[in-house]
Design a protein around this ligand. Structure first.
Ligand code: TXA
Ligand code: MG
Length: 350
């Protein structure tokens, strides 16, 4: 298959630039498109054959359900059983980086939900994404537009690296502003559970709906015999080829000094050692493969850079990587969650 590339000029009207891609969706094809979180690999959510093509292109197991993307929060009504709680969250956070799981209606094919009786709904804030959904006239089922197991793509080049020749169209809308996948919550019996942390933080969620439940899988590796709430949580994710060790900031006053000493000693022993940390630590490291996530307090910047760095490490010959993660406030929990997964929950004490 020859993949067409469409570069979007955000200063020009979007509709004429997106009509062809919308036609591809209408006709059952695959279109990779930008969102504010990561790039998505989209197809009509109402066409079971089209969604099967998504699984094929990504190499994704068919029991791992897809998120359906809508252009207005109230469209959820057509696809699932909503509630006051849904509208409370929607009013505050949609359009935006949040996905809500609710009981599905029959119109949603079971190929999209991996056979589950629930469906995940998301209304992205990215203008290109919303205009594409609107022009397609159908909800768009879309997982992240990476090969299964690789870090999610945060720019069109990442999508190209993984899916060129496997999809009909790749829309280039520039870099994703958040860089980590959406926050996923499940509404069940009037309770909200966080299944995947993202740009909408626990603090933000709790300001709207009171205390929420944080699923165990957010912070811990589930035992092999436990079925995760979000099927995608069980798959190996984001891991680069080199072994990743995760160092968690323990908030002690000499943490940065100790981290610098520890990582520099590792680099001395093995020059093919990589590191991924905040600027304050990076500027004291001596190695060749140092990735600076940005200032310690700018966790949004860490979120934005993380996946690109994981991909870049694979282009080098590093054999081990030391990553440092800060506290869990705000988007910090999402950054830590992705680092935990990238390291295979390999936390080390220093
Ligand atoms: O930011 C995002 O959410 C991006 C962009 C493209 O919108 N999409 C994304 O999709 O990250 P994906 O497929 O890579 O991750 C969706 C996660 C998977 O772990 C999947 O198992 C879970 O959501 N999921 C989807 N539907 C579900 C459902 N009905 N019940 C439980 N988990 C569900
Ligand atoms: Mg994904």
């Amino acid at each position: 298959m020859t993949t067409r590339f469409v570069e979007i000029d955000k200063n020009r009207e979007l509709e004429p630039q997106l009509v062809e891609a919308a036609d591809v969706i209408k006709n059952g094809g695959l279109v990779a498109f930008p969102t504010e979180t990561v790039y998505g690999l989209g197809a009509s959510a109402l066409d079971p054959d089209a969604s099967k093509r998504i699984y094929l292109a990504k190499g994704r197991p068919s029991d791992n359900p897809l998120i359906i993307h809508i252009s207005k929060s109230e469209e959820a009504e057509k696809y699932c059983f909503t509630s006051d709680l849904y509208y409370k969250l929607a009013e505050k956070f949609m359009p935006g980086p949040i996905t809500v799981i609710m009981k599905k209606k029959d119109i949603v094919p079971s190929t999209v939900t991996g056979g589950l009786d629930t469906v995940a709904v998301r209304c992205p804030s990215d203008k290109v994404a919303r205009e594409l959904i609107r022009l397609s006239g159908v909800p768009i089922a879309a997982p992240s537009a990476n090969t299964s197991g690789k870090p999610s793509p945060t720019c069109a080049q990442h999508v190209r690296d993984d899916l060129d020749g496997k999809v009909d169209v790749i829309i280039d809308g520039g870099e994703c502003v958040i860089g980590l996948e959406s926050t996923i919550v499940k509404i069940c019996d009037g309770n909200v559970s966080l299944l995947r942390p993202g740009g909408i933080s626990v603090e933000m969620l709790e300001s709207v709906c009171g205390k929420i439940n944080i699923d165990k899988a957010v912070r811990e590796k589930l035992p092999d015999n436990v079925k995760p709430q979000a099927p995608g949580m069980k798959y190996r994710h984001y891991a680069p080829e080199a072994k990743v060790y995760l160092i968690v900031d323990d908030n002690s006053s000499d943490f940065e000094n100790r981290a610098v000493k520890f990582i520099n000693s590792k680099i001395e022993q093995n020059p093919k050692t990589g590191a991924m940390c905040c600027s304050e630590i990076c500027r004291c490291l001596n190695g060749e493969y140092i990735k600076d996530l940005g200032s310690k307090n700018d966790k949004a910047e860490h979120a934005k850079k993380l996946f690109a760095f994981l991909r870049e490490f694979d282009e080098t010959d590093v054999t081990e990587i030391y990553a440092v993660t800060e506290d869990e406030s705000g988007i910090g929990l999402a950054v830590k969650n992705r680092m935990l997964k990238a390291s295979g929950y390999n936390i080390i004490e220093i």
